[in-house]
Write a protein of this length. Structure first.
Length: 235
């Protein structure tokens, strides 16, 4: 295996499957199966999930809601998704821990770096909920921050597209895929890999990012094995 400890970033929308809203249990089970396969190979896995399938703070703000209030609602949505994924992983007989940036001791542990690392060392899947715990920061930024804190080898961003393209391949049939691209090239071409705060933080800490299609069976294992799947962003 090319990587030992990874941070897997999933969007909230990915959990919807073919639905228009909420959580698709079939998609959750598929993800749990893919994650179990790499856990069985001894990979240490931490996960950050977005909350866009339930509520997005920025969307609330655009409709007149207070931005800070909306962002906190979005953070709670990520915790709901974290609980759902935790349940699916445990159905696959994996040990898990949900750690949140907003304390809610009845359902999750508070985020403490050393505790998170210890869980990973013991083979538990660690799910980080609640984003960074601060408004105005995305779950992309939370993913990079947590990856740095736990000394992850790589951020693996699972999407419904098989990498980074010159433009949106779902809208532009002539879009060309990048197999490998540098941080500076992404910024100069204004490619939407992550929000700029997250991306800059990743570059400053020399933390590579792999963008790949999480919905294709076996892809996660291929990425971990070092196969040329998706797009690698590095220095």
């Amino acid at each position: 295996m090319k990587y030992k400890r990874i941070l897997l970033k999933l969007s909230g929308e990915a959990l919807m499957g073919d639905r228009n809203y909420g959580i698709d249990p079939v998609r959750l089970a598929d993800y749990a199966s893919e994650i179990k396969n790499i856990i069985d190979k001894g990979i240490e896995v931490a996960i950050v999930i977005g909350g866009g399938n339930i509520f997005r703070g920025l969307a609330g703000a655009s409709n007149g809601m207070d931005r800070v209030q909306g962002d906190y609602m979005g953070m709670l949505a990520t915790i709901i998704n974290g609980l759902a994924l935790q349940s699916a992983l445990e159905e696959s007989e994996l040990q898990t821990r949900l750690l949140t940036s907003i304390e809610m001791k009845q359902i999750a542990e508070p985020f403490i770096k050393r505790r998170a690392v210890r869980h990973l060392e013991k083979g538990r899947v660690v799910i980080f909920g609640g984003g960074t715990g601060n408004p105005y920061f995305t779950t992309d930024t939370a993913a990079v921050l947590r990856a740095i804190e736990i000394n992850a080898d790589v951020i693996i961003k699972g999407t419904r597209v098989d990498g980074i393209y010159t433009s949106d391949p779902e809208k532009d049939a002539s879009a060309v895929k990048f197999e490998n691209i540098t941080f500076k090239e992404v910024m100069s071409k204004d490619l939407k890999v992550m929000d700029m705060t997250a991306f800059t933080l990743s570059e400053e800490n020399d933390l590579p990012i792999i963008v790949f299609d999480m919905n294709k069976k076996g892809n996660l294992m291929k990425v971990i094995s070092g196969e040329n799947v998706g797009t690698l962003v590095n220095s």
